[in-house]
Design a protein around this ligand. Sequence first.
Ligand code: PHE
Length: 484
Amino acid sequence: MLAPRLAGAQAAQQSLKCTCRAAYTTRAALARPGPISLTSSPLPRFDAPSARPTPRSFARSYSARTTPTDPIVVEGKTYPRDAFSNVTPTILSKLPRRLHLSPSHPIGILRTLIESHFASFKHLNSLSPIVTVQQNFDDLGFPADHPGRALTDSYYLNQTHMLRTHTSAHEVESFRSGLEQFLLTADVYRRDEIDRSHYPVFHQMEGCSVFDPSTGAIERLEKENAEMRAALKAANIVIEDETGEETATNPYQAEHDPRVARMIAEHLKNNLNGLVLKLFGGRASQGGEPLRVRWIEATFPWTAPSYEVEVMFNGKWLEILGCGVVRQTALERSGVGHKQGWAFGLGLERIAMVLFSIPDIRLFWSEDARFLSQFREGEISTFKPYSKYPECYKDITFWVPTKEEGVKEWHENDFMELVRDEGGDLVESVQLIDEFTHPKTGRKSRCYRLNYRSMDRSLSNEEVNRIQDRVIERVTGEMGVEVR
Ligand code: PHE
């Protein structure tokens, strides 16, 4: 074992801090860069020859896998496949789960709790996860070269349609339909590494509040701000706000009267500080100490100024949401350029992991009664691990392909996806444990450790070997690597 394993929520929290699930800030973005039908047969698989493929046979097999002509059928709709199509049957099988709609599931319990904080807002919970690239990126002003758009980071049905990567994908259409205050909860999808705090499907809540300033809304805002300010002052909370008022790096929008912009930003902050207090204040782990919250400058293409919020929990800062004052360009695109307001997006898994002490993100997807029966509607309770089954790890070492013609460029997320596709939730984590470049040939070698562990039962060595063999077979056949 390379890294010491930490128990329970402590482990969850440690790894959570270093993840950037609210990944669309410029800060974070810079750091990262078949018909598949639920009812019909899955993508045909390439059967690797027993010998290592030559570049030519690899190129053939690769194109056989990536350019099937049959369309993708999901939720009764048909999407013609093209070079962008990269969703897998494993991912599509998650669509019907709708964990956030389950009232006694931690994700559903948390949703309801947050909804009660925004009781007067319209609550939307059943929008389809399939959106257009326009909705997910273009409408929000994402630049053409934003890393989030990459095939290695997002799931595409084809060039025009994808699985939403964040709930902000629905902002513009919601504004366009005339909604002014809404809270939208949904499953979102991103390609990523495999460990106890990353899963390709997770849940976000988007909260938006916009208003027409000519309708007396400014006075309402002012009044609400005064009330929330007084309530926060009386509460056991310390708010560290280094973003203060307008700054050179996080300016108000030129279109805005600074007095109104300040008021909107304060309204956003007051609402969210209140929410954080509701979720984390008074938890036993604070031991009577005041809750600490901090506000940090951020950058999102459709908000200005923009912020991120972190909460101190069990001695660690936990990043929980991104937010900001909605850019007028986004409101204009929605046909409501006369309105102004704010938006936030928060990730539910991170918060649920610490509040319910859930040590592994895969548990949310468990259908085991020993997990599901522990939770009650409306209650935040501490998860009691029912058992920890033994871990079994297998290493795989290979030469990464060089940029040969016909061979797709190597990307770690493609490897992660392949492992998920074969091992599903039996894979606890995939860690890069060794890497070197051959001094003469310049070829790169990588060694990954695949940790297998079921949440619900013991795995046999044979079962793990079968999965590992399939991984080796496919990684050789489909990714052009040479296993050492
Ligand atoms: N959608 C953003 C993310 O997932 C969060 C966000 C929502 C930021 C709304 C600003 C406004 O990173």
